[in-house]
Each structure stands twice: as structure tokens, then as C-alpha cells.
Design a protein around this ligand. Structure first.
Ligand code: PMP
Length: 413
């Protein structure tokens, strides 16, 4: 049994109470939800904010003169403001609503392919990236004639910063790296990456899909050019995300999609575009989603990102120690700076079989390549089992999980 302080247990209890889904059983067992890196659960305040929008002010934004449209616009823009404050952006115009990190990255990659990249230019990504931060850059390079280069990592999942520094040169136009790896949990040294990239005049995009739910973000002190957020991983709804971009960059990049909302004037000869953020928000946005995302960031602020990080670090440390008790276990991702992701394999056991048996015991984990095939290739494995923790998970759940892994392996070996 764990020996964590009572305060941390009480904090978890208070947080957990706010998540209705966690009270249910799955396959006849209390749900143990350890698939948070794929999508976190939602607190009641987020669910309520979405329902309240539909129950009381459902209407289109930015166009109606009528009361409901004004109220919906106010709620939508208030959510943008909450996110602006949370990440310390200079102005709310720098906070673009997207479908998620994938769309945020594609938006920037599209703009770079059209307006910035030229044949011979270089884009640097890291060996730790999610497919969402590889494929859009490959497409941008194919379109523009630029070259994609990769910052290597070592066997712990730590980026090789010496090779990174050596790879930077006057042709490097953009460096795209994740804040935290979804497959291995590595927390990347993004401040150092940004500083070094800026020294050669390259812009930096940080994929914050796993960063935003676990750490504080200050885009001004980081001096980052683009930072992407995935709503559904940060206690918010699915189908919403954020692209933070510096005004200078967002003004320079062309629109991603054309349509209503993003224009200033339209004639058949030529259209002119609206100012940011609307230039990048063509069509009716996900209004309920944005309002839900605002509520999610209010939840994060009220809980305290430091409290969230402290809980998750304690859970990760405890789970890492406990899991070593399983004979034949190997943990992938052993960086000194790690967030709450525990990827592993058990010798002789296929990850899919283990995941399936854990599911029968009410435990939700992710198995497979986690949309990071190059990482799996690096380790020469087909995939891993991944347990990822959020601030509502408990030490008892980790005990249940480790006991279940032992039981499943006994059945499979
Ligand atoms: N980057 C990372 C590191 C991720 O973990 C994910 C989601 N698994 C994404 C990008 C894609 O995010 P979204 O689901 O918001 O498109």
C-alpha cells in the first residue's frame, strides 16, 4: 500500500468528486481510467457550461443583433479571454480556435508552405513527435521544396541538444517540437530550444497537446511563436483546440480556410480578410466547445496547475516503482524530466493482449504505437502499453492496476 501524505489524498478526493464518469463500473469493475494522454475526463463544470449554452443562449456568434446572439458572442469571447490569460498571450486576437492540435499544426504548416518556405529551406522536428507534428511538415516540405530534418533522441527518450544546436543554420525556418511526449512522457527543454532556434532566425512551434494539461504556460516569457492546445486532453470537450500565435506571425501567414467570418470585404474580383483571430476562424465555430474549453481552463486555474502537477508527479513516481515488481517488465521513456506517462512492455506478452485483459478488469489503458511510429521503430517494438495519469487518479487505482497486470501476465505467459 502507498504511503502518500493525507493532504495529497484529500486533494485527489476533492478533485475526483467533480468527475461524474469516474463513479461508474466497467465490465462489472470500478472504472480505472488510465488513458488520460489520449483524452481526459470532464468535470461537471465543463459539462454544465456546455448544457447551459444550449439550454439558455444557443445562437450564432458575431453576426446577430438579437439578444441571444449577443449573449452567445459574449460567452464565446469570454472563453477566449480566459485562455488568453491562462497562457499569458498579449491579446485575445492571438488565441485562435481550432479543432485541436492537429488542426492548429496544419494551419501553421499550410501557411508556411504557401508563404514562407522556399526550396532549400529546412524544417526541424524531433524524434519524439506525434504524427500530427510530422506529417503536416512533410506535406509542407513536399509542397515548397524545403527539407525536413530530425533532432535525434537517446535510449531514455531525451533529445540530443548538441546535435540540435549543430543542425540549426540560416536555412532553418521553423523548429516544431512537442512540450511533452505522449508516448514516453519526456518533458522537453522548450525554453532552450526556442532560444537556440531564435538565434538563427527560425520560428518555433511547440505542440502543447500534453503540455497544457500538466504544466503552466507563459507564451510571453517563453517567447514562443506558436503553441498548440488540445481541448479534450485538458479537461475540455472534443473537437476544440487552440493555436496561439504571435500577432506578427499570424498577420504574415495566409488564411487556412476561406468563408464567412474570416473576411473584411468580398467582391468577385477580390476579397480582403478580417483581423486576427477571425482571419483564421472561417465558418460558424464550435461555440459550445469554446465555452466548454473556457470552463476547463477555469477548472485548471481553480484546482491550481501546481497542485495538478504535484499529484501527477506523485502518481507517476509511485506507479513507476510499483510496476517494477512485475517480472519481465520494461519501461520505455526514462528521461529525468517526465510527465505522467508510463509506457511499458512485459517480456513475452503482446501489448494488445495485455490491454484487452486489463479492460476486462475495468482498467482503461492505451496500447499500440500511440501515433508515434518513429519512436516504436527506434526501440524496434510494435507498440507499448501506456498508462497515463490525471489529477483525479488515485494510488489505490495504481495498486489495482499493478495487481491486474500481474494477473493478466500470469494468464498470458
Ligand atoms: N500531439 C500530441 C503530443 C498528442 O498527444 C496528440 C493527441 N494524441 C496530438 C498532437 C493530436 O491532438 P488532437 O487530438 O488535439 O488533434
Amino acid at each position: 500500500m502507498h504511503t502518500q501524505s493525507i493532504t495529497i489524498q484529500e486533494q485527489i478526493h476533492r478533485i475526483r468528486e467533480q468527475f461524474p464518469i469516474l463513479k461508474q463500473t466497467v465490465n462489472g469493475k470500478p472504472l480505472v481510467y488510465f488513458d488520460n494522454a489520449a483524452s481526459s475526463q470532464k468535470p461537471q463544470v465543463v459539462i454544465d457550461a456546455i448544457s447551459k449554452y444550449y439550454e439558455t443562449i444557443n445562437s450564432n456568434v458575431h453576426r446577430g443583433v438579437h439578444k441571444l446572439s449577443q449573449l452567445a458572442t459574449d460567452a464565446f469571447e469570454a472563453a477566449r479571454k480566459t485562455i488568453q490569460t491562462h497562457i499569458n498571450a498579449r491579446e485575445s486576437g492571438e488565441v485562435i480556435l481550432t479543432k485541436g492540435c492537429t488542426e492548429s499544426i496544419n494551419l501553421v504548416a499550410h501557411g508556411f508552405a504557401w508563404s514562407i518556405l522556399r526550396p532549400g529551406d529546412e524544417v526541424l522536428v524531433s524524434a519524439l513527435e506525434h504524427h500530427s507534428n510530422i506529417v503536416p511538415w512533410q506535406m509542407a516540405c513536399e509542397r515548397s521544396g524545403a527539407k525536413l530534418r530530425v533532432i535525434p533522441m537517446d535510449h531514455r527518450g531525451v533529445l540530443d541538444m548538441v546535435t540540435f544546436a549543430a543542425a540549426l543554420n540560416a536555412r532553418t525556418k521553423l523548429v516544431a517540437v512537442n512540450h511533452i511526449s505522449n508516448a514516453l512522457g519526456t518533458v522537453n527543454p522548450i525554453a532552450e530550444i526556442i532560444e537556440k532556434a531564435h538565434a538563427v532566425g527560425a520560428a518555433v512551434l511547440i505542440d502543447g497537446a500534453q503540455g497544457a494539461p500538466h504544466t503552466s504556460i507563459d507564451v510571453q516569457s517563453l517567447d514562443v511563436d506558436f503553441y498548440t492546445i488540445s481541448g479534450h486532453k485538458a479537461y475540455g470537450p472534443t473537437g476544440v483546440g487552440i493555436l496561439y500565435g504571435k500577432r506578427e506571425w499570424l498577420e504574415k501567414l495566409p488564411p487556412y480556410q476561406g468563408g464567412g467570418e474570416m473576411i473584411a470585404t468580398v467582391t468577385f474580383e477580390k476579397s480582403t480578410y478580417a483581423d486576427i483571430p477571425h482571419k483564421f476562424e472561417a465558418g460558424t465555430p464550435n461555440i459550445a466547445g469554446m465555452i466548454g474549453l473556457g470552463a476547463a481552463f477555469t477548472f485548471i486555474n481553480e484546482t491550481g496547475i501546481a497542485t495538478i502537477a504535484a499529484i501527477e508527479n506523485a502518481l507517476l513516481q509511485y506507479a513507476t516503482e510499483k510496476l517494477q515488481e512485475v517480472p519481465g517488465v520494461k519501461i520505455y521513456g526514462t528521461a529525468p524530466e517526465k510527465a505522467s506517462v508510463l509506457s511499458f512492455l512485459v517480456e513475452g506478452v503482446h501489448p494488445y493482449d495485455l490491454g484487452t485483459l486489463l479492460d476486462q478488469m475495468g482498467i482503461a489503458v492505451r496500447t499500440g504505437h500511440h501515433c508515434t511510429q518513429p519512436i516504436m521503430d527506434f526501440f524496434d517494438i510494435p507498440g507499448t502499453v501506456r498508462a497515463s495519469f490525471a489529477c483525479y487518479n488515485t494510488f489505490e487505482e495504481i495498486d489495482t492496476f499493478v495487481a491486474a497486470v500481474k494477473r493478466a501476465c500470469a494468464m498470458l505467459l
